[in-house]
Write a protein that binds this ligand. Sequence first.
Ligand SMILES: [Zn+2]
Length: 430
Amino acid sequence: MVLDSLIDDLKGLCAASPDRRTGDNTVYDMADIGLAAFATFFMQSPSFLAQQTALARGRGTSNCQTLFQMARIPTDNHIRALLDPVPPQQLFPMFSRSLAALVAGGGLAPFQRLGGHVLIALDGTEYFCSQKLSCPNCSERKRNSGKIEHFHQMVSAALVAPGHDRALPLEPEFISPQDGAQKQDCEARATARWLAAHGPQYAHLKPIYLGDDLASRQPTCDAVRAIGAHFLFTAKPASHKTLYDWLAGAEVPAFEQKIKQGARFVTHRYRWLEGVPLRDGKDALLVNWLEIEIVDPIGKVTYRNSFVTDLPVNQGNVAELAACGRSRWKIENETFNTLKTKGYHLEHNFGHGREHLSALLATMNLIAFAMHTVADLVDAAWTAARTAVGTRKRFFEELRVITTYLVFPTWSLLVETLTAGKPPPAVLSG
Ligand SMILES: [Zn+2]
């Protein structure tokens, strides 16, 4: 299964993590430490390690050894202390390896749009917030109540596509505190760092970068163009006065489509114009603008959004461009919302750390999410089990329950058990 080779890759990266210990104080190796934390997130089970420790006591082995390739199960205290010095970048190669597994399994095609481009959505998010815990890398803000809140943010990236309910996370870029800088500046700078650091390795996929209204400013557009990629960013009237003044004085082409929505028809109305200035001034970048409005049967506008892009816009592609631009929300909905509310336990009880722990655990969560997505899209045995069990929530519940009592020699026997609803003899006799 695709998971076997990805977990093997992860083990190699964990084993090569910096290890601050000296002498013979090394009961656990770094591979066990990293894989133990990762397994908690992958299984979406805060009690996974405790349960596997209990299982190993009776059986001499557990799913940590069989499924996650660990030699021993470390304690939470060891994990916390030994992972804190590990920079999250140590595990970043897992993102391109997950993508490579997706491509090798034939899972890229549903993500390809507009003639062979992929869409990479970039978005800032907060992944930690506390009034109690903090570390030297925390940002701070004062609430109205007067209390100080500590938080961490990152710019996250994900492959998304319209009409596709999966998102594949790529490397995050962490936003560190910068005195006196505005949210907008921090996020824009982190986005530019992301593009420079990770953009080149995805260039062969011909990416179009999606971003919200904070992205549709000239520095971010320039940063995308500097790596030879394309952009399709939301551009709101309130933050693009020059552009909208220009549109007000121009003849703007329009095009309408009737779309069946349930039992009724709605109208999708498009407008676009090429070569409009993104901002005031002589050095303003000229961009192509487009807008979509959805109008209900009684003529009321129920949705409106507008974008700027460096791609040509015409009647033939304006509808697909708008659909692609709108798929940006999937990074919030399919990625962040899932990570925050659907069981990924973004911080768990490993704590916050003094150096990298918080960022490293967030990265492990993104990797777990990426590996679930790849398995969902290209692994037939995994997908059969997902389908047999039903909802995502139920699937992870079943995974937690059966691994509490049974040791599965392989991932394939585990998913086979979920698919069939009963364990094969090889598991029961093990
Ligand atoms: Zn912190």
